[in-house]
Write a protein that binds this ligand. Sequence first.
Ligand code: UGA
Length: 434
Amino acid sequence: MKIAVVGTGYVGLVTGTCLAETGNDVTCVDINVQKVEKMKAGELPIYEPGLEQLFHRNISQGRLHFTTDLASAIADAKIIFLALPTPPGGDGAADLSYVLGAAKDIAKIITDYKVIVTKSTVPVGTADKVRAVMAAETTIEYAVVSNPEFLREGVAVEDFMKPDRVVVGTTDERARKLMAELYGPYVRQGNPVIFMDERSSELTKYAANSFLATKISFMNEIANMCELVGADVDMVRRGIGADERIGKRFLFAGIGYGGSCFPKDVQALAKSAEENNYDFKILNSVMSVNEIQKKVLVEKVKKYYNGDIKGKHFALWGLAFKPETDDIREAPALYIIDELIAAGATVKAFDPEAMPNIKGVVGDKIAYGNNPYDTLENADALLILTEWSLFRTPDFDKLSSALKAKVVFDGRNLYDLEKMIDCGFYYNSIGRKV
Ligand code: UGA
């Protein structure tokens, strides 16, 4: 099937590449000329495990194309995906100007039936807005479909190729058939393509992310309780996760959720509730718990040094908001670096992928290591902020000898408590004994 994808950000590129992988002919459009030239030359602008191989394969086999020309991209396409940014506006509500702008441009040039799919995370009612914008420009028939993405950064290719489910919001029969045909190869093992109306589909996306964020904030509060009563959050997590109604996944306490999705989507759903005169109490708590949780590690550090960390030097392992990504948007590391520096401390950090991005934001306010151990020299303590696999089994002897003091603050609960005690470390993690 001929497909166009408008917007080559993270979602657009993963969607376009993975759709090409099952034999579709995909053209990705972007207004950024330089970016398009680079992609044409085979340069992938984002880091995502597994994507590079698919990207090159589909370009070289002629199924994946890039252009800045919207008209040529959509001319023969049956389905047009909109994968454009929906940043939070000043009031917290999603800014739809990119999505509606593209819909208007598309409406001006279409000459036959098209299915326009919103892949971006958009507030309930957006499909109606897209329809209205298009109706003002054309009399050609089209369907506007909501098809939210549930990709996780770091495993996005796997999530796209083998989704738990695909949600499609449409009441247009022709569009429904085309979407079922398109997604058929991805759900061969029997996972469902769930069809529903557009509004339910739009809300499903916000509900999914908000529910997951709620799980995390809940566990972070349980962790705080554990510290007060002398319990261990890892034990509690295992104890409750074995109940299938609760589930094992997404119960890890830490230093708060970050990234480009959860903070934005929880805020947008709360805003949308407010606009509908509904006080969504749980969501407001989820957000305030997360704000507090981002501060927990720095509070622990300050408490250890009796409130004064001026002149202290810290090693930081992990800067990305989670492993397997170079993404630092809303990463707890940003907050923690600011707080440490404001309190007069110095920092040397290492992250396998996110250092160029952090450098772009904090520049030379901190020093950077070439590898994890390189950060430890003269450090009063090590702080762990992201659970990259390579931090999971470090050389503890090397760690002991390189650090000035054997002190570790772990925001991701990577190490066994007993082992750390045996090795003589002061080890302070989240929701576990010190
Ligand atoms: C999230 C959702 O998981 C995807 O399904 C969704 O498609 C995506 O948002 C989106 O809306 O685009 P992502 O932001 O890539 O994906 O990251 P997650 O793996 O979900 O992690 C989000 C945050 O929660 C991270 O900061 C992570 O450290 C934190 N987290 C996750 C915890 O603190 N504890 C956990 O148990 C799990």
